[in-house]
Design a protein around this ligand. Structure first.
Ligand SMILES: *[C@@H]1O[C@H](CO)[C@@H](O)[C@H](O)[C@H]1NC(C)=O
Ligand SMILES: *[C@@H]1O[C@H](CO)[C@@H](O)[C@H](O)[C@H]1NC(C)=O
Ligand SMILES: *[C@@H]1O[C@H](CO)[C@@H](O)[C@H](O)[C@H]1NC(C)=O
Ligand SMILES: *[C@@H]1O[C@H](CO)[C@@H](O)[C@H](O)[C@H]1NC(C)=O
Ligand SMILES: *[C@@H]1O[C@H](CO)[C@@H](O)[C@H](O)[C@H]1NC(C)=O
Ligand SMILES: *[C@@H]1O[C@H](CO)[C@@H](O)[C@H](O)[C@H]1NC(C)=O
Ligand SMILES: *[C@@H]1O[C@H](CO)[C@@H](O)[C@H](O)[C@H]1NC(C)=O
Ligand SMILES: *[C@@H]1O[C@H](CO)[C@@H](O)[C@H](O)[C@H]1NC(C)=O
Length: 571
């Protein structure tokens, strides 16, 4: 047995073990940090609360959701914030024994409002309890705190405009006070990247580090979509001047044709050195499915090697899903399911709300009027989650009574069993589940007071480019009975929506191509990916005081194999 272990150990040294994406489901701008034997990755959260998730790993291959940095309304203001704005592009630093998160909040895209993104940092001893934000002087995006161990100085690096008229974006810097957030050294332009500068080419996401005799400035360029890439420069000083690498761009799958490789929009990288002295890069990428990416931008990892003081990422090869990378333990097989019966003291941290939940939108448990039917006899605490529906719907730029989870697989089902009601839903009252991308794009199935007829109906609402297609089927019952499950089957190319009544065959009401859950309508910015939602709504009216309580007894996700090809060919 012992010899077997040793042989296995030797084999492991040659086993490339990181599977991409390392964190599936939308998690853009993955910024990695190692402290001791722990790795942490922080990602963007936009209009979701709590904000800025932090994932933890011991081995780079297996990641778990560890905490959120913006976990009270004082940490992040998102009232009325449109999809795609909100909290972005975090970076993590470890300075004098404290963790620092630098990030930004953007409240709107409206150019007439002249509201610009603001940068801040906060700090923590344990990554769980965070100080309130310290707001920095410059405006811009993608801030980073770089602590120069050679001098003890801390710099704020960020993407900022040259001025507020031309708005040519580049990487800017000042030495910063960790107490006030103010600049304590001159504010300078560091580098404008490698692409000829105009108002849409963007040098962003600065990540600075010192290795051997050079300071390195790693950035993202080319905008958010197909031209996205990672480039680097080095200097003898953290203030420059900067010499670009001879092998830029370091990461750029678009170089192989935008329609060829599945993995696209590669960039926004952060480097990390393992305790063993191996280097890796975290970065973002999309998994394109016939040209669109319903899961949005996910967190990826690859190797970094050094030659003549310059990094070579992934051996200079394109990023492929089929290739595992690195020299780490094997990734554990992925879970095949997730079940939530809502019996914990609090919601599982993988659930989110939209914007700032300024009203209480749910409670754990249910009235348990029908305990026998709910199948919870013998349990200490009734399970389930009861929603407090309000006037808002998933189409509003507000906080509907809705709970969200990231869609983590391109091949899975999401199902939710409704709590039985003691009465009927009336005109405008609805309860359901959704495949949700934004206030413009969500595909719903649920139960509502029927439209144009009396009684309650199952209904589906599909949104294609602003046009809604609705179907309804009478429920033939004056209450929602026990054992009604709503379900959505997600496949790479489509979502299928339906329901199942206990003991009966499942009914699929409608289906929609997954491309309708990717990218926003013209003129909007949607930087997130697909979520699953549970919702209840008064659809513009308050939920009547005497209307039945609605909610869900149990949520279940089942994950199937994801055989996503390296080349984006689906015909
Ligand atoms: C970057 O571009 C801005 C605007 O054109 C310019 O003012 C600045 O000097 C440039 N910075 C560097 C380091 O070249
Ligand atoms: C900026 O430059 C990029 C590439 O160099 C080009 O594709 C784009 O059209 C330019 N945008 C503007 C606003 O000039
Ligand atoms: C990728 O696509 C481009 C055009 O879209 C084509 O010219 C090129 O040959 C393709 N490359 C590969 C490796 O398939
Ligand atoms: C309800 O009736 C209106 C008017 O006839 C019609 O336009 C609409 O499509 C109907 N809605 C449903 C869900 O049947
Ligand atoms: C969606 O609608 C917009 C505006 O009407 C149009 O320009 C665009 O081509 C449409 N997109 C698709 C995929 O149909
Ligand atoms: C309710 O009855 C109608 C008419 O028989 C039928 O078409 C429909 O499928 C029934 N609804 C359910 C949920 O079984
Ligand atoms: C999705 O899962 C189903 C059921 O296991 C399987 O038949 C199918 O090949 C999978 N699709 C992909 C793209 O992996
Ligand atoms: C892929 O996308 C193209 C262009 O939108 C479309 O014509 C084709 O039907 C799609 N293929 C599949 C398998 O969905």
């Amino acid at each position: 047995m012992k010899s077997l272990v040793i042989i296995f150990g030797i084999l492991l040294q040659f086993t490339a073990a990181v599977k991409n994406p390392i964190i599936s489901g939308w998690n853009p701008d993955a910024a990695i940090l190692r402290v001791g034997s722990n790795y942490f990755v922080a990602t963007s959260s936009f209009v979701y609360f709590p904000g800025i998730p932090i994932y933890k790993s011991k081995d780079l291959a297996n990641w778990e959701l560890y905490s959120h940095a913006l976990n009270t309304p004082e940490h992040v203001q998102l009232y009325g914030t449109p999809t795609g704005a909100g909290a972005w592009a975090p970076s993590l630093s470890f300075i004098n024994g404290r963790y620092y998160l630098a990030s930004m909040t953007r409240w709107t895209y409206d150019p007439f409002a002249r509201v610009w993104p603001r940068v801040f940092f906060s700090s923590s001893e344990d990554l769980k309890t965070w100080t309130e934000p310290t707001w920095c002087e410059p405006w811009g995006i993608d801030p980073e705190l770089f602590h120069d161990a050679n001098t003890g100085k801390t710099y704020l690096n960020l993407m900022a405009p040259n001025n507020n008229e031309q708005r040519l974006w580049g990487i800017y810097q000042c030495e910063v006070s960790l107490t006030t957030g103010n600049c304590v050294g001159e504010y300078i332009s560091l580098w404008n990247g490698t692409i000829p500068q105009n108002s849409s080419t963007r040098a962003e996401g600065p990540k600075m580090f010192f290795k051997d005799k050079y300071y390195y400035l790693l950035i993202a360029e080319g905008g958010t979509d197909e031209l996205h890439r990672a480039t680097i420069a080095r200097s003898k000083s953290p203030k420059g001047p900067w010499t670009p690498a001879p092998n830029n761009p370091l990461i750029y799958n678009g170089a192989f044709g935008f329609k060829n490789l599945t993995v696209q929009s590669t960039g926004h990288a952060t480097f990390v050195e393992s305790a063993e002295g191996d280097w890796y890069a975290s970065f973002l990428a999309r998994r394109n499915i016939n040209g669109s990416s319903p899961l949005g931008r996910e967190a990826f990892l690859t190797t970094v090697k050094w030659e003549n003081g310059w990094p070579i990422v992934n051996d200079g090869k394109p990023i492929l899903l089929s290739e595992n990378v690195g020299n780490t333990p094997e990734a554990k097989p992925r879970a095949t399911s997730f079940t939530d019966t809502f019996r914990g003291k609090a919601l599982d941290p993988s659930w989110y709300q939209l914007r700032i939940p300024y009203t209480n939108n749910y409670r754990l448990g249910n009235t348990g009027k029908d305990k026998k039917d709910l199948g919870i006899a013998g349990h200490q605490k009734p399970g389930g989650v009861t929603l407090y529906p309000n006037v808002f719907t998933l189409s509003d730029r507000d906080t509907p009574a809705a709970l969200f989870r990231k869609q983590k697989s391109l091949n899975m089902t999401f199902s939710a069993t409704l709590l039985p009601t003691d009465g009927s839903l009336g005109y405008r009252q609805s309860v359901g589940i959704s495949a949700y991308l934004s206030e413009f794009q969500h595909q719903d199935v649920g139960i509502r007071g029927c439209v144009n007829q009396t009684g309650m109906c199952f209904y589906s609402n599909l949104i294609r480019n602003g046009t809604t297609t609705t179907k309804q089927i009478p429920l033939n019952s004056t209450t929602i009975p026990s054992g009604v499950t709503l379900q959505i089957r997600a496949e790479p190319l489509k979502y299928t929506l339906g329901y199942q009544i206990a003991g009966q065959k499942e009914v699929w009401m409608d289906e929609i191509e997954s491309k309708w859950l990717a990218f926003g309508p013209a003129g909007t910015f949607v930087f997130e990916g697909a979520n699953w939602a549970l919702f209840g709504s008064g659809n513009g009216n308050p939920w009547p005081f005497n209307a039945p309580e609605v909610g869900f007894l149990e949520v279940k996700e089942t994950y199937f194999e994801e055989n996503i090809p390296d080349y984006d060919r689906w015909d």
